[in-house]
Design a protein around this ligand. Structure first.
Ligand SMILES: Nc1nc2c(ncn2[C@@H]2O[C@H](COP(=O)(O)OP(=O)(O)OP(=O)(O)O)[C@@H](O)[C@H]2O)c(=O)[nH]1
Ligand SMILES: Nc1nc2c(ncn2[C@@H]2O[C@H](COP(=O)(O)OP(=O)(O)OP(=O)(O)O)[C@@H](O)[C@H]2O)c(=O)[nH]1
Ligand SMILES: [Mg+2]
Ligand SMILES: [Mg+2]
Lengths: 285, 300
């Protein structure tokens, strides 16, 4: 009988290592290991296979729970009464916001929608020039301001212009910002407010872009941005690399925010809808 | 600076008169959780904990050998904390007596790393740093892929009053070789090569870096890493190091609350030194690495 418990310990350690190296985080991993250990000792799980299957089920359930609130963005846009549908992209520096907007604009244009992109990053060197290239690639209209202009007014103008021309979607780019910087979080709150002034109840979505190589800090990012803006989704980028992006599991568990899309490269077609089952399979392979 | 993880570890040892196997085990569990939350890599944490345990238990044996009743001066909690800090500082390595290796007539700095970590911004910061050291740097826009990457570097150069070399139609290795010739003509004494972000597993792009290195013989090949990077960063750093033999690395975005455990992991796994720390988006926000500050941040 002690031989069986020896096997159990080895299996649990191996599974915990998978979670930890995938950036799921030590606290959530320990909580799940305790749960599995309890079920093993009560005989609810009989062997290694049971344990593995039980863990996969836990991870899948965690990722699927928030998904029920999320729907296909194209469908949401096409069925909305309040045009334009406004999606705001936020996140810390360098995660892939601008590139994701370029990919999204292209996807929506190919689906027959008219897209306006707002160059809400009025701070960083060549931010507007970078977005302009993506706007051109995707056949979308770009609204920008002068460097150093207040980003809230750029996004206000982008939405107003979209209303004038009857565009279907506005994708609002914003400058990268660390969530610990109070004045920058105040600024992003103002950008959201300005969207609401340009069109009642805008934005319809606020998406936090998370770099797939990020560790536990992503959970702190999500908490802070969610507090300030009420996030409706996450885009997980750079999953074409070797990092697993497991921190979105911790975010789903703590905040119930769904992952909407996954970035898998630097070209215009490298944006895929998030599929929990596929993500879990990749995590455990 | 003592965070929850450390507080819990010390609490496990409060009221004890000496370190024993059981109370060390509890303290070590708290430290393990704290280091993993700080994004230190799993294997690095395991080896660190083993060393701390060995020292802590070894010292228990030592004091119990003192038959004259002389015990350790510090409380077990403080003693354990000191062991952790010392082991961590050993791991971080000493302050770099450089941090840049200069060469006549021209010093070459080559910046590499994954996408979005802060290479271009740090190139600008290095130019600023070199200007303050009375050098004449030139920035080289060798990222020909990312939309407006060249423009981004040109704007930084313009703001700093530093010349930027850019040229359409050349491959990055050829562009960099030409830049050095141009720098010599302009009497610049340092050349900073900004390269495109890339995945360590992208063989073609990693080969491109090897070609740039072969053609420019940099004295300073720096891997730029994001302080918020997680567990996998150790793997990518190992590949960059094995293919390019980096001279050191630069940690960016330390002005946030990322604990920066990746720094420790990369240091242990590559054996290469941390050269600079990036502490903000402005050009002045770069500091030469000093181990003390980072140790307490990672341990929490
Ligand atoms: N491999 C890979 N690279 C990506 C992905 N998404 C974005 N990138 C790259 O990441 C880098 C940063 O992308 P940006 O779009 O500029 O990121 P950002 O969040 O807008 O950056 P800031 O505005 O400076 O905060 C670029 O080199 C992109 O090509 C992805 O899914 N995979
Ligand atoms: N807060 C903070 N932001 C930084 C720091 N270093 C760079 N950034 C920001 O991080 C983002 C990405 O910086 P880049 O210099 O474009 O990064 P990169 O590595 O050149 O990106 P690619 O060329 O696309 O691979 C920008 O928004 C920078 O302003 C830092 O130390 N602190
Ligand atoms: Mg951007
Ligand atoms: Mg760059």
């Amino acid at each position: 009988f002690s031989r069986a418990t020896e096997i159990d310990a080895g299996v649990l350690d191996a599974l915990e290592e998978i979670l930890l190296t995938a950036d799921v985080g030590v606290r959530l991993s320990m909580r799940w290991m305790d749960d599995l250990r309890g079920r093993l000792s009560r005989g609810e799980l009989k062997n290694a296979e049971d344990v593995r299957a039980a863990l996969r089920a836990l991870v899948l359930a965690t990722l699927e729970a928030p998904q029920s609130q999320a729907m296909d963005v194209e469908h949401l846009i096409k069925s909305t009464f309040t045009k334009p549908y406004v999606i705001m992209f936020v996140g810390v520096n360098g995660v892939g916001k601008t590139t994701t907007i370029g990919k999204m604009a292209s996807k929506l244009t190919k689906a027959g929608l008219q897209v306006v992109v707002g160059a809400g990053d009025t701070f960083r060197a060549a931010a507007a020039e970078q977005l302009a290239i993506w706007a051109e690639r995707s056949g979308s209209v770009m609204i920008r301001g002068e460097e150093g202009t207040d980003p809230a007014s750029v996004i206000f103008n982008a939405i107003s212009h979209a209303r004038t021309i009857g565009a279907d979607v506005v994708l609002a780019d914003t400058a990268g910002r660390l969530h610990t910087k109070t004045e920058l979080m105040d600024e992003i709150r103002k950008v959201k407010k300005a969207a609401g002034k340009a069109r009642d109840n805008a934005p319809d979505e606020v998406w936090l872009v998370v770099d797939g190589t990020t560790g536990q800090n992503a959970l702190l990012q999500a908490k802070e941005f969610h507090d300030v803006l009420a996030l409706s989704g996450i885009v997980l980028t750079k999953l074409d690399g070797t990092a697993k992006g497991g921190v979105v599991i911790a975010i789903a568990d703590a905040l119930n925010i769904p992952v909407r899309y996954v970035g898998v490269g630097e070209t215009v077609d490298d944006l895929k809808p998030f599929v929990p089952k596929a993500f879990v399979a990749a995590l455990f392979e | 600076i003592v965070s929850k993880g450390f507080k819990n570890a010390k609490e496990a040892l409060t009221g004890r008169t000496e370190l024993s196997e059981e109370n060390i085990a509890q303290a070590v569990r708290e430290i393990r959780v704290s280091l993993l939350e700080a994004d230190v890599e799993v294997g690095v944490v395991k080896r660190f904990i083993d060393r701390v345990k060995e020292r802590a238990i070894g010292e228990v044996v030592q004091t119990s050998l003192k038959k004259d009743g002389k015990k350790i001066k510090a409380s077990p909690g403080e003693h354990f904390t000191r062991i952790c800090y010392e082991e961590l500082e050993n791991l971080m390595g000493k302050e770099e007596p450089g941090p840049i290796r200069y060469r006549k007539p021209i010093t070459v700095i080559m910046m590499v790393g994954l996408q979005g970590v802060g290479k271009t911004t740090t190139c600008g910061k290095l130019a600023h740093y070199l200007l303050q050291k009375k050098r004449k740097p030139m920035l080289v826009a060798a990222d020909i892929y990312r939309p407006a990457a060249v423009k981004q570097l040109q704007i930084l150069g313009e703001k700093l009053g530093v010349s930027v070399f850019a040229k359409d139609g050349l491959s990055p290795p050829d562009l960099c070789k030409l830049a050095i010739i141009e720098a010599k003509k302009k009497k610049c004494d340092v050349v900073i090569l900004d390269t495109a972000g890339r995945l360590a597993i992208d063989d073609a792009l990693m080969t491109e870096l090897e070609d740039i290195k072969a053609g420019t013989k940099p004295d300073n090949l720096f891997l730029v890493c994001d302080a918020m990077a997680g567990q996998d960063t150790v793997n990518t750093a190992a590949i960059f190091n094995s293919r390019l033999s980096i001279d050191g690395f630069i940690m960016t975005k330390l002005d946030g609350d990322a604990r920066g455990g990746a720094a420790l992991s990369i240091r242990e796994v590559t054996g290469k030194p941390i050269k600079f720390l990036g502490l903000g988006e402005d050009m002045g926000k770069l500091e030469a690495f000093r181990p003390q500050g980072l140790a307490s941040r990672i341990l929490g």
